[in-house]
Design a protein around this ligand. Structure first.
Ligand SMILES: *[C@@H]1O[C@H](CO)[C@@H](O)[C@H](O)[C@H]1NC(C)=O
Length: 374
């Protein structure tokens, strides 16, 4: 007889099949929302690499069409237990580069806007004002756990890792990758103001159906002693990220954090991850490394047609958006305007999209953004 548990699993598969079939039979989203007001032209310097990469932007298993959920839903028959974590995630959260960017805004904080202790009303309101029609959620710790239990029920090791993380800041970092991998949309720290609508973030000339991830630059310290201040020569920020669900960069970072966390849990060394270790463990250093690995990964890009490897040199000093394959990298002004250094322009610059206060975070200021005051 079918046990209750097996019945549940069967039911889950059944729903997945319906979901996949329904999704794949709906008309492809041919056009991005109609009126994208003019953003600045994006640099040509990546054109060659970008065109190549976009044309050859294949997922692990075949041509771009395989980015789409399978027509038959046959994947549902796979034995999940034999897959690697990365493959399980790919199966659970398929990446469809041609889908629209989901109209979600995700934020996390200790309180919700409905509670009197909530102290980011002004910031939070800017996101709603700039994004009419978007679903905007401010998620507390408790709610985050419930949500992740639902989203990651079939990948329990991810949930185990989330619950095992010893610091709220690690959980907050992990949560943003998890929610974007599963649902897509925009994640932004609670202490950020939206200056311009996300509909304006990607340059008008870039087709939305070829882009799955939009990131900004946190730091571009062009000085010999940069190592005293930053962990990477170019550091991508993770206080604001836009993505479509299932993006391979998100999959990789979730798999990486899960593996590292569970390894340390088993070894009993998880408690040793202190505030200083956050940047490398879940924060912008890991985020930056994984993005660069992706840019140079021949599973995703045809490196033979690329003018060369991609590293910090390709992003330093840039003041317009650049595209690499299905990723748009915004200049430092976009997510870090007004920092009065590293070439960042002011809040009223047309490329300034969000304003980040570096205040209302769970992280000690000094650790979270080492060198922010340099
Ligand atoms: C990145 O920059 C380096 C150094 O300027 C260059 O050699 C390389 O070709 C660039 N890569 C791409 C893909 O444009």
């Amino acid at each position: 007889m079918l046990s209750f548990r097996r019945a549940l699993v069967a039911a889950a598969f059944f729903i997945t099949v319906i979901f996949l079939t329904t999704r794949s039979s709906s008309p492809p989203p041919s056009e991005a929302p109609e009126s994208f007001p003019r953003a600045q032209a994006y640099s040509d310097s990546f054109k060659k690499a970008a065109t190549t990469a976009a044309a050859d932007h294949n997922p692990l298993h075949g041509g771009p069409s395989r980015h789409r959920p399978s027509q038959s839903g046959q994947q549902a028959m796979q034995d999940m237990s034999k897959l690697s974590l990365n493959d399980k995630l790919a199966y659970q959260f398929p990446y469809d580069v041609e889908a629209r960017f989901p109209a979600y805004i995700w934020q996390t904080w200790k309180w919700t806007p409905a509670q009197s202790q909530f102290d980011f009303r002004e910031q939070e309101a800017t996101w709603t004002e700039q994004h009419p029609g978007f679903v905007h959620e401010v998620i507390t710790d408790d709610v985050a756990v419930h949500l992740l239990r639902l989203l990651y029920a079939s990948v329990p090791e991810v949930l185990e890792a989330y619950l095992a993380l010893p610091l709220p800041v690690l959980k907050a970092d992990f949560f943003r990758y998890l929610i974007l991998l599963a649902r897509g949309g925009i994640y932004s720290d609670i202490d950020t103001y939206a200056i311009r609508s996300a509909l304006d973030w990607i340059p008008e000339t870039v087709p939305r159906e070829q882009i799955g991830l939009v990131i900004g630059i946190e730091a571009d310290p062009d000085r010999p002693d940069w190592k005293d201040w930053y962990s990477r020569r170019i550091q991508f920020c993770q206080w604001t990220i836009q993505s479509k669900p299932g993006h391979p960069v998100l999959r990789e970072i979730v798999a990486r954090i899960t593996d590292a966390t569970l390894r340390r849990k088993r070894a009993g060394s998880l408690r040793a991850v202190n505030d200083k270790g956050v940047i490398e463990f879940t924060g912008p250093a890991l985020w930056t490394d994984i993005i660069f690995e992706y840019f140079n990964d021949d599973r995703y890009f045809d490196m033979s047609k690329s003018p060369g490897p991609i590293d910090y040199q390709n992003f330093t000093g840039m003041d317009v958006a650049k595209r690499v394959g299905d990723v748009v990298v915004l200049p430092i002004t976009s997510f870090s305007p007004g920092v009065k250094q590293m070439g960042a322009k002011e809040y009223d610059d047309p490329m300034a999209f969000v304003k980040h206060d570096f205040e209302g975070t769970w992280k000690p200021e000094s650790e979270r953004h080492i060198g922010q005051t340099y």
